[in-house]
Write a protein that binds this ligand. Structure first.
Ligand SMILES: C[S@@+](CC[C@H](N)C(=O)[O-])C[C@H]1O[C@@H](n2cnc3c(N)ncnc32)[C@H](O)[C@@H]1O
Length: 267
């Protein structure tokens, strides 16, 4: 009763406030709700995708793992690359035969497994995932597909924080490392993490000299919200025409090619 008595004098103030700020408060609530929905959808999606694939595939058989993913993806909402992007990815791996691949955005390991399956002998993959739970689940699926830790590494980190660590990990400049390679940098990069990070991460890869100077294909997965960010990358590519070209520009994936400009050597 006392609550009603106290509230009545406040009523005009509440009415005025809701008229003036109502739209802003409602917009704020909507944004908060959609942020929460996205947050929980991502978690549910990674857990349910992992559980389905882990339970239904034949362990140790990479083809079975990929088929089980495809089966799941046909009937459930998921974050794996689309069939069209997967086909473009397969084609790029077959064409470039990369010895060292970088993936940004592991999720459940679908694209990691696809690429590992097609790598030439000795080829290695580093895949970066910022969410620790997701990174563990993705790694488990890669192991279930029968790939070993001398073929791949899951780095639990945001892409931005991973960049300075990658140099020592892959042994650029001839230092022996996990990759034990000749220290040539990545010859294939798949970006499927956060489109807003595509350009900053590409610039960091250049700055840290992590791209193979004799050629690196960079695939940018394009999802609904990322068009502006991809346009930003393409803008950068146009300003650096001596080092970059656009190989293909499909709706779901854009492929650019990087080659360091060296005097007297033309592409
Ligand atoms: C669309 S999913 C990747 C799907 C994966 N390529 C596949 O086909 O299975 C995006 C993933 O990137 C991760 N991610 C988002 N932003 C990131 C960042 N800045 N650094 C590292 N990982 C990020 C998310 O946690 C999510 O697992």
């Amino acid at each position: 009763m006392w609550l009603v008595a106290v509230s009545i004098p406040l009523l005009p103030a509440v009415l005025v406030a809701s008229t003036v700020y109502g739209a802003k408060v409602a917009a704020l609530c909507r944004r908060l709700l959609s942020w929460l929905q996205r947050l929980t959808r991502g978690k549910v999606c990674v857990r349910s995708t992992h559980a389905y694939v882990f339970t239904n595939c034949t362990h140790g058989k990479v083809v079975s793992v990929l088929e089980t993913f495809d089966l799941y993806n046909r009937t459930h909402p998921h974050l794996c690359v689309s069939p069209q992007a997967a086909a473009a990815l397969d084609e790029a791996v077959r064409r470039t035969r990369p010895s060292l691949v970088l993936e940004l955005g592991t999720h459940c390991g679908y694209s990691s497994v696809r690429m590992l399956h097609l790598l030439p002998p000795g080829g290695k993959l580093i895949t970066v995932e910022q969410d620790p739970v997701t990174a563990d689940l993705g790694e488990e699926i890669i192991l279930v597909s029968n790939f070993k830790h001398d073929q791949f590494q899951v780095l639990t980190s945001s892409s931005a924080e991973a960049m300075p660590k990658l140099r020592s990990l892959i042994g650029v400049n001839g230092k022996r490392s996990w990759a034990e390679g000749p220290g040539e940098g990545f010859s294939l990069v798949l970006m499927d993490h956060d489109a807003q990070q595509y350009l900053p991460d590409l610039l960091a890869l250049e700055r840290e000299e992590l791209l193979n100077v004799s050629g690196c294909s960079i695939l940018l997965i394009s999802r609904k919200r990322g068009a502006e960010d991809i346009a930003g990358v393409l803008g950068h590519v146009r300003t650096r025409a001596e080092s970059y070209c656009v190989m293909s520009d499909l709706q779901c994936v854009v492929e650019i090619f990087y080659q360091k400009k060296t005097r007297g050597v033309s592409r």
